[in-house]
Design a protein around this ligand. Structure first.
Ligand SMILES: CC[C@H](O)CC(=O)C(=O)O
Ligand code: MN
Length: 337
């Protein structure tokens, strides 16, 4: 039976869906149950990773260190991971996270900018961490470019490289093309992180595994940016039926979803019109709530904002452009009245 490693991102990507407002105590409850359910690794922190708690991305409910402390205390077997986007998070932030029990760092760069993660991967390896290169917005680059960038991460010493469908914009064939090329060319494991904006997160994750991915992300109730991530409970059941071993106890993650995470959610995690617009336009997953707020403030349609952001080829970190686009759309509307 082939083993698939599961990395749960409920307590990091899921923070986007609750405006980064989970408390350390709430995270500790969820983390303890993920640990008990046998989930291999969990990622924790602000939705934008280390250093993300800011005016630009929204403040977390508590200081970052408190989240890592609270979660590290309850873990017995599960590995604690953080996300670091170079430029938002720093090596100093990573040192703080390490001091609080973090064992894995995912260095997340735009799919064409792996070089911006070199020092972070090398620092992580020099300090005994597991280092993962995380190529965001992988739909924006053809498979050969994704491979070129994955090779860069491998050359810096990354233990794993991820193809990341940040916008939930890929079809199964897009996923398979990228993963099979990277997995065929590299000797390190390849991972896949999905978003459900086109309703394809579980299917795309299966396509990734069939193409050679051996580590995949999921989150309880699918909690995550946009339409959310691959739903952990569903993926656990599907992988079991497909004959893969994940080590995850299905009933325990089902109970965690129903008894705990559903109660923490601010809204049901569905493919609503804005989330669908993100997947259709290929815009950044975490732009959803920011675009909705800008749409309300300037009286424009949030789908128009998201489609325009997709047309402009915006990348993660350009949240400030959302307001600019909303203002321009409002001006265009006013001048056509
Ligand atoms: C803003 C960081 C982003 O949420 C990372 C991620 O999960 C993705 O690109 O999908
Ligand atoms: Mn994500």
């Amino acid at each position: 039976m082939k083993s698939i490693r599961i990395l749960d991102s409920t307590l990091r990507d899921g923070m986007h869906a609750v405006s980064h407002q989970l408390t350390p105590a709430q995270m500790a409850i969820v983390a303890a149950k993920l640990d008990e359910a046998g989930v291999d690794s969990i990622e924790v922190g602000h939705g934008d990773g280390l250093g993300g708690s800011s005016c630009q991305y929204g403040f977390s409910r508590a200081p970052e260190a408190e989240y890592y402390q609270a979660v590290a205390q309850v873990l017995t077997k599960t590995r604690l991971a953080v996300l670091l986007i170079p430029g938002i998070g720093t090596v100093e932030d990573l040192e703080m996270a390490m001091a609080h029990g973090v064992k894995t760092v995912r260095v997340a760069t735009h799919v064409t900018e792996a070089d911006t993660g070199e020092q972070h991967i090398k620092f992580a390896k020099a300090h005994g961490l597991e280092a993962i290169g995380f190529l965001m917005m992988s739909h924006k680059a053809p498979p050969a470019k994704v491979l070129e960038q994955a090779k860069l991460f491998a050359s810096y010493g990354a233990d794993i490289v991820y193809v990341t469908d940040s916008a939930g914009a890929m079809l199964p064939a897009d996923v398979a093309a990228r993963i099979s090329l990277v997995a065929g060319a590299l000797s390190i494991p390849v991972g896949f992180h999905a978003h459900n904006n086109l309703g394809l997160a579980v299917g795309n994750t299966l396509a990734a595994i069939a193409a050679g991915a051996t580590i995949v992300d999921a989150s309880v109730c699918g909690l995550g940016a946009g339409a959310g991530n691959t739903q952990l409970e569903v993926l656990t059941a599907v992988l079991d039926k497909a004959g893969y071993h994940t080590g995850v106890d299905l009933y325990k993650v089902m109970d965690l979803a129903k008894d705990v995470v559903e109660k923490l959610m601010h809204r049901p995690q569905t493919v609503n019109t804005d989330a669908l617009a993100i997947g259709y336009a290929g815009a950044y997953g975490s732009f959803l709530l920011h675009s909705r707020r800008a749409a309300e403030r300037f009286g424009v349609d949030s789908r128009d904002i998201l489609l325009e952001l997709g047309r402009r080829q915006t990348v993660g970190g350009q949240e400030d452009l959302i307001i600019d686009v909303a203002i321009e759309l409002a001006k265009q509307r006013n001048s056509s009245l």
